[in-house]
Design a protein around this ligand. Sequence first.
Ligand SMILES: Cc1ncc(COP(=O)(O)O)c(C=O)c1O
Length: 488
Amino acid sequence: MLASVPAVTDSRDPKNLREDAPLLDGWLDYRASDVAPFGTPGHKQRFDLVGTVVDGDVPLYGGVDTIRQQSGAMIEADRKLAKLWGADWGRISVGGSTHGNQTLVLAACRPGDEVIVTRTLHRSLLLGMVLAGVKPVWVSPEVDPATGLPTRVPVERVERALAAHPNARAVFLVEPTYVGTLSDVAAIAEVAHARGIPLIVDQAWGAYFGFHPEIPQHALQAGADAMVTSAHKTLPAYTQSALVFARTERLALDQLERAFEVTATTSPSGTIVASADAARALLERDGERLLENLLRIVEHARDRLRKIPGLVLLGDVVDRSVTVDRAKLAINVSGTGATGLAVEDLLVAAGMPIELADRDTVVPIVSINDDLASIDRFVDGVAAAIEQTRSTPRPVLPSISWTVDPEVVISPRDAFFAPHATIPAAEAIGMGSAEVVAPYPPGIPVLAPGERITREAVEGLRQAMADGMKVRYAADRTLATFQVVSER
Ligand SMILES: Cc1ncc(COP(=O)(O)O)c(C=O)c1O
């Protein structure tokens, strides 16, 4: 059966993609032309001063298109993008899903609005909430007991939050989770719409959703009003590229445009947008076939990983009613006695950096650019790393990232701008945090501006650090002190 897996590289010549990808076409034209530019960037397409690190860097304005945007390639690419995802509005961004999240909060909300938000939000959405001045009403996902990983935000929790906060202006979810599980997005969309408010989904990890019958629908197909996805995370597109979409029944087109533009750079990379345009054209042309291949190689990996004693795959144990992205691998290693971080170190040493590791978990990104050889190399690496570090099995300890239980003291924006003091951790417990502190990955704030600092949060962060994870954004990286709101 595996012999019939088509090689990913048998896709037609990428140059043909340009016929349906105006930005890619502009980029290829520019690269083929004899230019002596007298505009930015300062490297002038020459590699004699800093070498080839700037090779391929073409600006959008004055490169892929003229400064006066006479070809209209960007508008045309955005139009094609929106059409493919069934959106009324779609934009390619060079600012990652970070930019998309900021755009969508600023487009949907006004200062002072309450919004229902999953507490496993990425810090970019939290900082979007600081910009917009909204007040979060948190809803938490369930956690799978066998792996300690998040599964879904139950519809009833959203309903309860909406009943308690009838003036909430929008519902924000992250779907899929970092580990490939999903809430019932369609049911939550209905609940939000029944109150006349939009459902907005951070689909950063699901850029390929909706392009294969065995892969979940994308958020707009499931009824959401807007979504952002990182093209760069899972599609063959440049780092930083993201796609932002909306339907305009419950969101205003002019506000979406304004919110996108005010948070965007004025010098977008033509290379990044051209790669996203190419990825869109590729999905449109070959998406189902490439995703079929992806599903098969991931299934092949699962078959092999299941044979490693003690190793557990989230998709095998999670409650059957939870939707799982079958193209995703989320591996629990606690039953092997090895730690995810030790496995990660050995994989890195073997030339295979992975997306996320914590004490009990290993999450690789497998994409349509992988093939049997690369996935076998990964599985061999995991097997070798586990055999090298195997030890006494231990119970699962869910990471603090998935189990934060916050109490909002003041809005994130008020806390961000409030006077603050730096005090020892023991004294900070019980006070309002002035800073974001998040193990990264996954980048879910464990402490957020305006939330009470709890003993569990501090201990959880210290545990993450002791396990070897990187804890980011804290002013004091040792976590001996914290920044707290000193005045209301
Ligand atoms: C759920 C989620 N949303 C948004 C982001 C930000 O994405 P980007 O790095 O493309 O800005 C991330 C990054 O990891 C994420 O995990």
